[in-house]
Design a protein around this ligand. Sequence first.
Ligand code: HEC
Length: 135
Amino acid sequence: MRYRSVALALGLYGALGLCDAGPAPAPSRPPRPALQFLRAPPGGTWAQVLQGDRVFHGERAGGRCSACHGWDAKGTPTGNDLTTGLWIWGDGSLRMIKATILHNMAVAPGMDGALAPADVDAVAAYVWALGHQTR
Ligand code: HEC
């Protein structure tokens, strides 16, 4: 019985083509939005865009934006594409983007991390920049 399940497991292993897979492939992750196509919003700074990039990708203040909106910010089943320049909420102005982020955090506490007000400003500037890419 035991041997049978081992054989079964090996058969499955082979059938999936895992035997000759070689070294494990790097986990596929879409590219991060390229900084050279981003610019600071009116009323925001480039330093904020850079800080917001880190918040967005979970590298600062426990931000988890990319978990739902995607590493490339082009959306996942749990969060919409933020790179199209089209917005579900508001007119896409920095003020409206910030309001949406603050509202989201109220709706799903903890899901957006523990952002200080400066982190909210920064990630709002970053999301504005994602929607205004220069290419
Ligand atoms: C748990 C998943 C989740 C997380 C985490 C999350 N979002 Fe969202 N976000 C959504 C969803 C879903 C929507 C669409 C909301 C709707 O349709 O009502 C949204 C909407 C938005 C919008 C409005 C987009 C539009 O088209 O108007 C912005 C801006 C935004 N999120 C930014 C962020 C930022 C910045 C973070 C991180 C601080 C973040 N979100 C974290 C799921 C998430």
